[in-house]
Write a protein that binds this ligand. Structure first.
Ligand code: SAM
Length: 290
């Protein structure tokens, strides 16, 4: 377990992941009944952008920092960006980047809850410190894949699972995700499950998405943003979120924000977006992942 998210926090992949996350939380909040958020790989929760790790990679400069000065953002993107910049941490400029647990915790309504799993002891300690005294948020220092089975179905019966692992060994990680999803879907077939994945070579991702298409789930939406062509195994060319039991009209909520993000996050080539349904309401295949 060498991965530390502090080196990557706020990069272009985090931006995609967390904008999709906000769209998912907002769709859950369209109903007044409480929901549960489960983060299987939570990280430490809040990352300094002026520290050693972020300074070493500078990745946030091609991510959240590109949105910092942007004007005329679509409403979802504006809400997301302003939520980060509007925090007390960033009152004097972009100093910290909140991870998925903190972004969601700030949105919880009375009655909503969050279950956060983090296996790395130091990261889990920071996470626990961050949410000390917050009775809606529960931190578990344990394997998120293993915990998932025990955490679903949540008491609230409605909710979202974010699976955002480090992919230190890519093919092995896909297997772990699939092995964790199977019993979770059996126990809680109506939960929304969002899986983040890196894109280096397209051929590494396709088999995973195709297997998901044959896993008996419904309403599978894929949202990807690439800043380089997907033909090099040596760098992160893009990333994606695949959402199982995706809320109705999630694609409509994301279309314009992702188009604008592609413009803001482009490097030497125009960035590209893929936003499409891999499976529909009836579980019928709509697209073969390309
Ligand atoms: N979800 C976070 C966010 O968006 O801010 C970032 C998570 S980071 C990509 C992945 C985290 O998973 C790391 O902090 C790592 O220590 C942790 N981790 C690795 N294997 C794990 C496992 N099996 N269960 C729980 N956490 C794990």
């Amino acid at each position: 377990m060498n991965y530390r998210h502090a080196y990557h926090a706020g990069n272009f992949a985090d931006v995609l992941k967390h904008v999709v996350l906000l769209a998912l939380i907002e769709s859950l909040q369209a109903k007044p009944t409480p929901f549960c958020y489960i983060d299987t790989h939570a990280g430490s929760g809040n990352y300094p952008l002026d520290g050693f790790e972020a300074g070493k990679t500078g990745e946030f400069k091609d991510g959240i920092a590109r949105l910092h000065p942007a004007e005329k953002l679509p409403p979802l993107l504006r809400r997301w960006r302003d939520g980060i910049l509007g925090s007390a941490d960033n009152a004097e400029g972009l100093k910290r980047y909140p991870g998925s647990p903190l972004q969601v915790a700030r949105l919880l309504r009375p009655g909503d809850s969050a279950q956060l799993c983090e296996l790395h002891t130091e990261e889990a300690c920071k996470l626990r410190d961050l949410f000390r005294g917050n009775h809606q948020v529960h931190v578990h220092e344990r394997d998120g894949y293993e915990a998932l089975k025990a955490l679903v179905p949540p008491q609230e019966k409605r909710g979202l699972v974010l699976i955002d692992p480090p992919y230190e060994a890519q093919d092995a990680e896909y297997k772990l995700i699939e092995q964790a999803l199977k019993p979770a879907l059996q126990r809680w077939p109506t939960g929304v499950y969002a899986v983040w994945y890196p894109i280096k070579l397209r051929s590494q991702v396709q088999p995973f998405l195709r297997r998901l298409q044959h896993s008996g789930v419904k309403r599978v939406l894929r949202a990807e943003l690439l800043v380089h062509p997907d033909d090099s195994p040596l760098r992160l060319n893009g990333s994606g979120m695949v959402i199982l039991n995706a809320p109705w009209k999630l694609d409509d909520a994301l279309r314009e924000p992702l188009r604008v993000l592609a413009g803001l996050l482009a490097r030497e080539h125009p960035a590209t977006v893929k936003l499409d349904w891999l499976l529909d309401e009836a579980g019928s295949q709509l697209n073969t992942p390309s």
